[in-house]
Write a protein that binds this ligand. Sequence first.
Ligand code: NDP
Length: 246
Amino acid sequence: MTQRTALVTGGTGGIGSAIVRHLAKQGHKVATNYRDEAKAGAWREAMAREGIEVCTVRGDVSDPESCAAMVRAIEEKCGPVDILVNNAGITRDTTFHKMSYQQWTDVINTNLNSCFNVTRAVIEGMRARKWGRIVQISSINGQKGQYGQANYAAAKAGMHGFTISLAQENAKFGITVNTVSPGYVATDMVMAVPAEVRAKIEAQIPLGRLGKPEEIAHAVAFLTGEETSWMTGANLAINGGQYMGW
Ligand code: NDP
């Protein structure tokens, strides 16, 4: 296996931690960003107890200058970023007629503009080295829409347009660009939903349960592997069968 440097944004979160763990166990050098020093320190120690060393750098994905500085710092510490997983994301749910401009822009900046901010900082290096793997973590709700999530669904759907354009522009440079669209995954965020609401969600899932973060990480590892070099512009929907469209 070729050891590469992987940047997973939002690596301290539920799905992000599983992706970091999986890529690190494959032998890659893995980096992620943090915003809160104390929270990141505790997370880094928990990972170290599992034998996983992670390079952590301060960075806000919604801010282009912060992302440029974050990528520079990671590349100085760990070498050029060959694998990028645009995973950081937030929700600010409310029905559209009550949605503030702030709720709209917070979600668009963190979930979609972040893809520009971070990818822009790594893409020229990947093109020069003629190798790269880029994966966006989108969502089932970017495919089918969701009541109360016009901002989130717009951002997540936008990630698909971003993916397929970037895939076309960079194919001849050995760079693949794909999207993973998880359904409901048992992270803290989803487990905090009242049990009766969760039961209703589970009832809509043909496979009868929430996803596990490791199942999303497994898909990311597949898409970022050396062998997965003829797959670009694709969307892997991993949702227990809840949505079977594109
Ligand atoms: P978490 O809330 O557990 O983790 C989100 C991560 O993103 C955290 O590390 C958080 O850092 C980071 N983050 C948020 N905003 C910023 C920012 N401005 N700059 C830098 N980092 C930031 O979420 P999940 O693990 O559940 O979700 C991960 C991704 O998967 C998201 O994109 C989400 O939309 C998507 N997804 C999740 C699903 C689910 O069921 N959980 C389903 C479908 C898609 P901090 O601790 O500093 O806030």
